[in-house]
Design a protein. Structure first.
Length: 447
């Protein structure tokens, strides 16, 4: 899925480009039992690795890491295969576990489904305690299913509001300086009205609407509204009473009201050409926006609907195949892949927030005082996917094998609401459909 011309890079909102493969996951027969049993093996020999093919600079970072690992020692040889991103999740889904590689990349929301379908194995026995401890809490939350860690990522993602300081000042709009003074929903609405009054066509906001929202992008972009309104996509395995509350319906009604202020942005230049003052999008647009606006670029949190500002998080991550016979060698490679040198190389290539504490602290973009400190501040306050209160900001999309149904039904509701449907009706319909699917699949329970 592509959101207009704000096409996310590989590190962007995980799965923004895999809506169809995610849907395909739901059609796979569920496991429900333990994952297939891997074995540690000798820790030597040849192991296979699958990664998804992204932009050239990111592919090079993976290939260089493999080449460097192979030359750094003579006990383990890694053979890597890059699979086109649009085919990657479907390829893993349709491949028997016995045929999967020793190490493989996965999009964050697919981890629980791959556990349920016995595609991957817990990694804590193979990856070093040092590597696990160095992973950010948000990254560990994304890769933990039940009480077991199945995946760790080189990088994360985040959403925010980019602002054009020149246009904001000209309209007399006071804007937040960080998470502590995020706009309330009412303040954001007031800002839009002021900006519209100074805008030639009355459309000062970019929401990347041209691609529609009935896809993973719709879920990633706008689930923060649900969380900030005190709701959830699912809670304790149920969507009814979490997704369709009066507070969430009211917040989505507010979202619907913004449409009159939205530039369709069919050419992708609304923000860079000063047609809009605000752009609701992720970290991946920083290089383009910074180059275009320079010192006039400001980075703001999303508005607060009462439960504190929220953002999505999560991206591509790495795990070990359930049928590997050389888990020790697989773990050794993951330890190497997740070191500072390789994480820095990858995040330099894609501009994403580093997924390790040490690399994040050294990042010129995300460190304290850096231009994207806000994204790091958000990720430093992870919610996980269960307790979403005012104390946390970065929310992990539901860690459940039923996520493909959750995102399909919620994003359809988002698209319908933006198109004019009654929010309460659309959300209730989505909640009922999600709960029916979970009921049909025994709650997607994983022992």
């Amino acid at each position: 899925m592509i959101l207009g011309n704000s096409r996310p890079r590989r590190a962007a909102c995980t799965a923004l480009a895999i809506a169809l493969p995610l849907a395909a996951l739901a059609a796979c027969g569920g496991g429900g039992g333990d994952s297939a049993k891997s074995s540690g093996g000798s820790g030597t020999g040849t192991i296979t690795v699958w990664a998804h093919q992204g932009q050239a600079s990111e592919d090079a970072a993976v290939q260089n890491a493999v080449k460097s690992f192979n030359s750094s020692q003579d006990k383990i040889k890694v053979k890597v295969t890059l699979i086109p991103g649009q085919d990657y999740t479907k390829t893993v889904t349709t491949t028997d576990a016995s045929k999967l590689p020793d190490v493989m990349e996965m999009d964050g929301p697919t981890v629980a489904n791959f556990v349920w379908n016995k595609k991957i194995s817990p990694i804590s026995s193979y990856v070093s305690a040092k590597t696990i401890a160095n992973a950010t809490d948000a990254i560990k939350a994304e890769g933990t299913v039940g009480s077991k860690l199945y995946a760790l990522g080189m990088y994360d993602s985040g959403l925010g509001m980019y602002g054009n300081k020149k246009l904001l000042d000209a309209a007399g709009v006071k804007y937040p300086t960080g998470l502590s003074d995020a706009w309330t929903a009412d303040e954001f609405n007031a800002a839009l009205k002021k900006l519209a009054a100074k805008d030639s066509d009355g459309k000062p906001l970019d929401l990347s609407e041209s691609g529609g929202y009935a896809n993973e992008g719709g879920t990633y972009f706008f689930s923060p509204i649900v969380w900030s309104a005190g709701g959830a996509l699912i809670k304790n395995g149920k969507a009814e009473g979490a997704l369709d509350t009066p507070a969430v319906a009211s917040a989505m009604k507010t979202f619907q009201s913004w449409k009159t202020y939205v530039d369709p942005n069919t050419d992708g230049n609304a923000f860079t050409k000063d047609r809009v003052a605000l752009s609701w999008v992720g970290h991946w647009m920083y290089p383009t926006y910074s180059k275009a606006l320079g010192k006039d670029l400001v980075v703001l949190p999303l508005p607060d609907f009462g439960n504190g500002p929220k953002t999505g998080e999560g991206s591509w991550t790495w795990g070990i195949g359930a049928a590997t016979k050389n888990g020790k060698a697989a773990g050794a490679f993951l330890d190497y892949l997740l070191n500072d040198t390789n994480v820095a190389a990858m995040t330099t290539a894609n501009g994403a927030p580093p997924g390790t504490k040490s690399a994040l602290a050294k990042s010129t973009l995300y460190q304290q005082g850096g231009p994207l400190q806000l994204f790091a501040d958000q990720l430093a306050k992870p919610c996980g996917d269960t307790i979403i209160d005012k104390s946390c900001v970065a929310v992990t999309r539901p860690v459940t094998a039923g996520y493909p149904t959750v995102t399909a039904k919620f994003s359809t509701a988002v698209n319908e609401i933006y198109g004019g449907a009654d929010p309460k009706t659309a959300l209730s319909k989505a909640a009922r459909a999600i709960d029916q699917d979970f009921s049909d699949n025994n709650g997607y329970k994983i022992p």
